[in-house]
Design a protein around this ligand. Structure first.
Ligand code: ZN
Length: 99
């Protein structure tokens, strides 16, 4: 049981219930959800999630919608792919220049 619980973090609170895969997915979502999130109006990291897709900024009191669990859609992986493509292009160009 101990080996399966690795990487689950606070989701360990569910104990042996609900299955490993479900708990693992929930852990990933919950990590993002509980991270401090930036307000699109005042840029402060004081946004609180009220309900699914509804957020409130504790600094400027703005209430707005977003993704189900985060304010902004996550595009981190796409950016990484673009960077990889760019870096590949650069290396090809450099190698051509050296030849
Ligand atoms: Zn704000």
């Amino acid at each position: 049981m101990a080996a399966k619980d690795k990487g689950l973090g606070p989701v360990k609170r569910f104990g042996v219930r609900y299955g490993t895969t479900t708990k693992f997915r929930f852990a990933q979502v919950e990590k993002l959800q509980k991270k401090p999130q930036q307000c699109p109006y005042c840029s402060k990291f004081q946004v609180q999630r009220i309900s699914m897709g509804i957020f409130k900024c504790n600094k400027c009191l703005a209430k707005f919608t977003g993704q189900a669990y985060t304010v902004m859609p996550l595009v981190v992986e796409e950016v990484k792919e673009e960077e990889l493509v760019k870096s590949k292009d650069n290396t090809e160009e450099e190698s051509e220049g050296e030849e």
